[in-house]
Each structure stands twice: as C-alpha cells, then as structure tokens.
Design a protein around this ligand. Structure first.
Ligand code: FES
Length: 622
C-alpha cells in the first residue's frame, strides 16, 4: 500500500497517509478541523476544500450537487468524497474551517442546598505499636466508626496503596473523603477541607464544565469548548451512523470526547491553581447519544425504531475506567435517561427548573438538533422529542453555520426603507455602526430573526413563500430559486453574498412546525388550553429573541412576560446533582415518573404539523 504526504494550508499541517484515504479522514488525523456537518455522508456540502497540487480521485456526481462549475474549475472538492492518490496540497477555505464556539454555556445563578456525595471526615488514630498490631486499614475504619459511626466502609484500591504513608505523615491524623458513606476515596495527612467536584454537560455541539468547591458549594470556575466529536458529524444521527459504518468509529468518538474533557479539566483546574487530582466527584448530563458515546456504549439502536437506550438508570462509574484525568478514585455519576431521544440532559433540566413543584402549567423547550419538550406541573409531567432537524443550529441552511465568530446572530429590517442591518458573533457593534463588521455565515438565532423580520415586513407570505413579485434589489432569483440577500458581498469575509433561500425558509418552517405541533399535542394530552409559562433552555434558547420566536409560531401563545430564557438548565441540573446528592434520587424518581409521548404515534400529529407550517400557523394569533 502506497503512502503519500498531505499538506494542509493555511495551517501548514502535514501528515503521511495511506493511498485512498479521503481528505476529510486525513484532516481529522492531522488535527485540521474541516466542517463536516453530515459527518461525511455527502449530503451537507460544508466540507469544501481546494486542491492546490497533486491528484485526487475523479470528481463525482455527489460533488456536483454542491460545487458549481466555476468552483470545480478552481479545484474545489468535497473533503469527504475526494480520495488522495498522490502527495497533495490542500487549501481549507475560511468558510469550511471550524472555529471555536463563541457562546458559553451559562448557568443561572442560584442557591443550591449543599449535601454533596463526598464528605471529609477528620480522625486522630492511635499509633500502631507492638501492643496494637491492627492493620492500617482496620485502624482507619475503627476510627471512623468510633467518631462518626460509619461502618461497612470499602476503600478504593489506589487509596489503599498510599494509606500507610498518609497515616504516618502527620502522626496518625488524617482526613478521609468518603463517598455516600460507603467508600473511602481519598486519605490525606492532617486536616484537609478542600475538595472539589466537576459538573459536566456534554452537548452535541458544546461541552461545558462547572467546577465547584464541595465544602461550601461555590461555583469557582466554568469552562466550555466545542465538542471535539463535531468533526465526525454535526448532529447526533451522523455520529451514530459514523459508529455504525466504521469499525473503529465507536472507539474514535469515545476517545474524542474523553480527550476533549481532559483538555477542559486541565484548563479549568490550571485557571484556579488547583490540580486535576483535587477533583473527587463528577456529574454528567447529555443527550442519550452523547451519554452512550461517553460510556463507550454502542449507540446504534438509538437510531432505529423503537429507539431504546441500553440503560435508563443513573450510573456510577470510576473516572479512571473512562480515562478521565482527575483523582484516580473519583466517582462519575451520570443522571438517568428518560427515553431514547429524551436524555439525561432533559432530566438535568427537570431538576433545575422543578416543574414538578409548580402549580403553573409550564412548557420547557430545549432546542438543539432535537427539540426536547417538557410540559406539566405538580400533577403531571409529559416529555417528548421532536425532530426539528439541524436547521435551527445553522445546518441544512445555505449559509448556515454554528454560532462562532462571524456568524450573523441578529437581523433587523427597517420597515420603512427595508434596509437590512445585522450583528455578528464576536462583535459588539451592528453592521450599520461599523464598516469593519463582516459576516461569514448565519447561525440559528440569526436565521430565526431573519425569517421573522422578512415575515413582519411582508417579504415572505404566511405560506412562507418569498414574494418574488416585490421589487427589491435584495430579492433575487438564482438557480436554486428565490433568495433574499442578508449581507452584500462587501459585508462578508469571503466576498460572497449571504442569502436566505426559499429552501432555507422551508427548513425553518419545518423545524418550528415540529416544535409547535409537539407542544400542541402535549397540551391536548394534558387538557391545557393556554400556557402559563414558557422556558427556553440551552444556548439557542438563551440567544433567540423570544418575541420573534413566538410570533413566527415556534411555540404556542403565552404572555410574553412569562417567556423566559433559563440558560443552560441541563448544566445547572448537573451542578445541582453534584452539590446535593438527594437530587440524584429525585432525578431517578422524576425520570421514571415523566410520561413520554411518542409524537409520531399520535394520530393527530401530521394534521397538527401541517397546520403549524405557515407563519405563525393556520390558527395564527396575530
Ligand atoms: S458533504 Fe462532506 S461532510 Fe457533509
């Protein structure tokens, strides 16, 4: 088998590869991050690269769907299709580079009752002597029984290894960190009060960590980063497919998240002048696919009906078994899962927002690639998941991108002049305020804003059709049909217009209709006419304009004063479970109590869905 050298520009990263590898595979191995929203399934067209030198496999029909003749003539190819057949030089254009996620996963500030799973116990033990030959571990256990009435304790193996030294170092005075009054995880010489825990939210796009002092419950640092699995596919289904179609796919995706978390842990502890071994307890939330990949459980049955997970219950596992670089005896607690597509992240949202303690009828919407919905109050809780598709995250949108620097996140259209103004992630000023503001693409909140503005200003009809007959320079017709120019050529980083096409608008309609129909069916099931409160969770929920979202019919009508963004409620739920172990029991109880509504089996789903496609919907409230 022949080997070739691939050089990526502008990063100048080089690697030797085996003949026939795709450019995308070579990029992943070289640490060059190329957009691959579909995970290499050849249907997103986001992985365009340019061949500068050398030979690739012949151009295919799959590529011609995304690469017009003018780009083909300049050597443009899809990285997931083109195979390397000689030494090559590949240029990754700006539009195909993955940028660092610009949005942090903020959690709401609140006071959480402190009752951690790990507690420190200080003991002063009688020294060993010829008259007292008790073994060290029994001496410690006896001391813990006498002072704290703890019995039946186990000691974790790495702690056993250092026990004898720890006991003698400070004259038989030690602090034992004990998990759930069951297992000794650490023994430190003398009195030691400082021990830490880390709550982790593994989102499909972003992972976030919240470092807490378990002695006083204080949140001392947060850190977020892009989920490194994005190079294997933007959405959950592409990653599940990757594991099913590559022999080493599961291993690669598992390693990728563990390596990412180890980087995050290193960054967060170094920022606080701590050591990773100071972390003794971890809690984790994530959707079911992220949960399975984190544990290296094969996720393929999550992708096929009836979408059952391998495990529902919460899990406790040693961090070392997963390869996490924290204290060798640290425990990892994963919150339980509700159903195939309603994961531990949703359980996190529930324990953070506690709809089960409220009289008001609350709808919680957590929008990602899947829309996860919870409706209810203290009497009843329903959850469901609807396939919003990735449009609200910027995928399957012509100029869609994640909310990274340069992504248009807000759009305004002047009703008088129909002039367009926009704001991009990473800039504080609007385009109208600074000529240096340039856009690279448009992210979910920008797309939603743009659609709402176009609808309000009569540029799209209630049906979603762009009114081609309106005479406006920004309204154009291309090979793909009608499109509206959001950013002119000189307002973008790549010198191409950023447009919203008729198909993009259609994708947004399908996404919002899925959410609306899901919420309506849940309301019907609960006999609810009107919502008292709507909570928008997740980073998308935090950044969308609630009024615009409601007025294009993304969720049923509610008093706007009662529509609130609750930040990263899933991450907050992980933090609550970290700081208060009783909430772990509550999570288990609620996960089993929530009724899961499989929307696709509801006989009225199709009808509700179709009625919800127009703006705001067929029974519109405007
Ligand atoms: S088309 Fe290549 S990654 Fe999607």
């Amino acid at each position: 088998m022949r080997k070739f050298k691939v050089t990526f520009l502008p990063s100048r990263k080089e690697r030797e590869i085996i003949e026939g590898e795709t450019v995308l595979e070579a990029a992943r191995e070289s640490g060059v991050e190329v957009e691959s929203l579909c995970g290499g399934l050849r249907n997103c067209g986001k992985c365009k690269v340019q061949l500068l030198d050398g030979t690739l496999s012949p151009f295919t029909d799959d590529e011609s769907k995304f690469i017009p003749d003018c780009e083909k003539a300049n050597g443009y190819r899809l990285a997931c299709v083109a195979q390397i057949l000689s030494d090559v030089q590949i240029f990754v254009p700006e539009i195909s580079r993955i940028e660092k996620q610009g949005l942090r996963k903020a959690v709401a500030e609140r006071t959480i009752g402190l009752n951690p799973a790990i507690l420190p116990y200080y003991v002063e033990l009688p020294p060993a002597s010829l008259n007292d030959l008790t073994a060290d571990v029994d001496r410690l256990k006896n001391g813990l029984w006498e002072k704290y009435h703890l019995h039946g304790l186990d000691i974790d193996y790495p702690t056993l290894l250092k026990l004898s030294h720890a006991l003698r170092e400070k004259d038989w005075k030690v602090t034992a960190s004990i998990w759930m009054e069951k297992e000794i995880l650490d023994v430190r010489p003398g009195r030691s009060d400082h021990f830490y825990g880390l709550a982790i939210d593994i989102g499909t796009t972003t992972i976030a960590g919240y470092l807490c002092d378990l002695q006083n419950g204080e949140l001392i640092a947060t850190q977020s980063m892009m989920n490194p699995q994005v190079v294997y596919g933007e959405d959950v289904m592409s990653r599940i497919t990757y594991t099913a179609t590559h022999a080493d796919g599961l291993e690669k995706l598992h390693r990728s998240i563990i390596n990412g978390l180890n980087q995050l842990i290193k960054a967060i502890v170094e920022g606080c002048s701590l050591f990773s071994k100071d972390i003794l307890d971890l809690t984790v939330v994530g959707n079911t696919a992220m949960h399975h990949l984190f544990l290296k459980i094969d996720p393929q049955y999550l992708g096929v009906s009836p979408f059952t997970p391998t495990v529902h219950q919460s899990i406790n596992i040693k961090a070392r078994d997963l390869g996490l670089k924290v204290h060798p005896s640290a425990n990892v607690y994963l919150l339980p899962i509700e159903a195939g597509f309603v994961g531990a992240d949703n359980v996190g949202v529930l324990i953070a927002q506690e709809p089960y303690n409220q009289d008001q009828m609350v709808l919680i919407i957590d929008v990602g690639t899947n829309g996860e919905l919870v409706l209810g109050n203290r009497n009843r809780l329903l959850s469901s998941s609807c396939a919003t598709g990735p449009a609200l995250e910027g995928a399957h949108i012509k100029f869609g991108m994640r909310a990274t620097n340069g992504a248009i996140e807000k759009v305004r259209i002047d009703p008088e002049t129909l002039k367009v103004d926009f704001k991009v992630v990473g800039e504080t000023q609007w385009k109208s305020e600074s000529k240096s503001v340039k856009a690279k693409g448009i992210c979910g909140s920008g797309i939603l804003d743009a659609v709402a503005e176009l609808y309000w200003n009569g540029i799209i009809e209630k049906s979603g059709r762009l009114k081609k007959e309106r005479s406006m320079p920004r309204l154009k017709t291309s090979d793909e049909g009608a499109e509206f120019v959001i950013a002119e050529k000189d307002e973008t980083t790549h010198g191409k217009e950023i447009t919203l096409t008729q198909q993009d608008i259609r994708n947004i309609q399908l996404a919002k209709a899925a959410l609306y129909a899901g919420a309506r069916l849940m309301m019907k099931r609960c006999g609810v006419q009107k919502l008292d409160r709507v909570m928008l969770a997740g980073s998308f929920g935090t950044h969308i304009d609630a009024e615009r979202a409601m007025r294009i019919g993304m969720f049923p009508e509610c008093d706007l004063n009662n529509v609130i963004a609750v930040g990263n409620a899933a991450g907050e739920g992980a933090m609550i479970a970290l700081l208060n172990r009783e909430k772990r029991g509550k999570a288990e109880e609620i996960a089993r109590k929530v009724e899961y509504l499989e929307l696709t089996l509801e006989k009225n789903f199709q009808e509700e869905f179709i009625e919800a496609i127009p703006f705001p919907n067929l029974k519109g409230f405007l």
